[in-house]
Design a protein around this ligand. Structure first.
Ligand code: 5AD
Ligand code: SF4
Length: 436
């Protein structure tokens, strides 16, 4: 028997790419590939790429350039590009970097095994269709191998919102929800393999419509799975937070008190130009309702500074919204022009203005994150332990609020939810003591 072929996948960008990489590895596993952690001994290298900002896309080309030497040493090595850069740039990738054998968009991963057959004959393979057939229907069932306590599960893909800055509606396509029964089956398979926490994924996850009661309906069904202890979901749009989902945050014990709810800007003028279809005020009122349902919920968000036309006053509105909401954690970005999106046509702001605003916003968000971390000291949290920490005898996991928490604990705590008293805070983690 010949040795199994080795597959190296490098994942960029969002959590959905992490999930997709797992599914691609499983699909190619059916063809005898096993995963390796190093590109040097791989027979196939797959880059699962991100196109959300310019920098993310450029990284892919510089990484591809680095594989030139490897391919020269090993002519049979196959190199593939998957993900949103593949979808957005298609054939252009092979023109710009001829060592690429395969380009596959996010909706075509079920076709990877057949594409592998083609490239093994020396041909090039390209598939960036939005096929009628559902890739999840055709992909293999989840592997039964034992796995870690946390997993991602894609329930919804694509976006119909068309925010003026965003490539997602073009790279991931129109909104599609997976049927609830398939998701429940997959969740059960994950739990059988040792998973205790599932994060439901979708570019617009709260627009999920594969269940007649929306995402909340799906969450309540997942809540019934024995052995599943925690449910999370990401990423949501403010306009799709329906009453049932808000209420579930107060009533569903397995739904964790953490919500990522991007607002992007605090200026109504800019929100309008962004085509967000909500105002700063409607967002703040929504946050109030969510906090009424679950007062201790930790809020996270996304912000863009320097969107075309943003004035100092608009930016101050964003700073004010951040002060009003108070985030436990958040992401912020300089606006990045994405070809093909409506905002790309507009005059861009000077780089130094964007840099200055980003620094000020990030300083404020950092301050709020520090204050949130500090407020945890002395409190009891429930930690789902995931793996050994950096020091001997230490284990690390996540609190219900998604804080990274480490504590001295025996190895057997991995996969268990344990009560922990927080004794010390730092900017990105908490130190705790096992209570039970
Ligand atoms: N420029 C900067 N940030 C962007 N995002 C999306 N598109 C762009 C862009 N063109 C940010 C948004 C989104 C997050 C995933 O990335 O804040 O919520
Ligand atoms: Fe992009 Fe999110 Fe807007 Fe959809 S809702 S276009 S994914 S930023």
């Amino acid at each position: 028997m010949s040795a199994p072929k080795k597959l190296y996948i490098k994942t960029y960008g969002c959590q959905m790419n992490v999930y997709d990489s797992e599914r691609m590895a499983e699909a190619l596993g059916g063809k005898g590939y096993v995963e390796t952690q190093s590109p040097d001994d791989a027979d196939m290298i797959l880059l699962n790429t991100c196109h959300i900002r310019e920098k993310a896309a450029e990284k892919v080309y510089s990484e591809l350039g680095r594989f030139k030497g490897l391919k020269a040493e090993k002519p049979d090595l196959k190199i593939g590009v998957a993900g949103c850069v593949a979808q957005a740039e298609g054939e252009e990738i092979m023109r710009r970097q001829p060592l690429v054998d395969l380009v596959v968009g996010p909706q075509s991963y079920h076709r990877l095994p057949a594409m592998d057959d083609a490239i093994q004959t020396g041909a090039k393979a390209l598939d960036t269709d939005f096929p009628e057939d559902d890739k999840f229907d055709t992909l293999k069932a989840r592997s039964k191998a034992k796995r870690g306590p946390t997993a991602f599960l894609t329930v919804q893909e694509g976006c119909d919102k068309f925010c003026a800055f965003c490539v997602v509606p073009y790279t991931r396509g129109a909104e599609v929800s997976r049927p609830a029964d398939r998701i429940l089956r997959e969740a059960q398979e994950l739990v059988d393999a040792g998973v205790r926490e599932i994060t439901l994924l979708g570019q617009n996850v709260n627009a999920y419509h594969g269940h007649d009661q929306g995402l909340a309906g799906l969450i309540w069904q997942l809540d019934k799975i024995d052995g599943l202890e925690r449910i999370r979901f990401t990423t949501s749009h403010p306009n799709d937070m329906d009453d049932a989902l808000i209420e579930a945050h107060g009533t569903c014990g397995k739904l964790m008190p953490y919500l990522h709810l991007p607002v992007q800007s605090g200026s109504d003028r800019i929100l309008k130009a962004m085509n967000r279809k909500h105002t700063a005020d409607s967002y703040i009122r929504l946050i109030e309702r969510i906090r009424a349902a679950r007062p201790d919920i930790l809020l996270s968000g996304d912000f863009i500074v320097g969107f075309p036309g943003e004035t100092d006053e608009d930016f101050e509105d964003t700073m004010q919204l951040v002060r009003d909401v108070h985030y436990g954690q958040a992401y912020s970005f300089k606006y990045s022009t994405r070809p093909g999106t409506p905002a790309a046509e507009k005059p861009q702001l000077p780089e130094d203005v964007m840099n200055d605003r980003l620094q000020r916003l990030q300083a404020l968000l950092r301050e709020q994150q520090r204050a949130t971390q500090a407020s945890m000291v002395g409190r009891e949290v429930k930690v789902l332990f995931e793996k050994p920490g950096r020091e001997v005898g230490q284990m690390i996991g996540k609190s219900e609020y998604l804080h990274a928490v480490y504590a001295d604990a025996p190895a057997e705590v991995v996969g268990q939810v344990r009560a922990v008293k927080v004794v010390e805070d730092s900017p990105n983690s908490l130190k705790g003591r096992l209570i039970t």
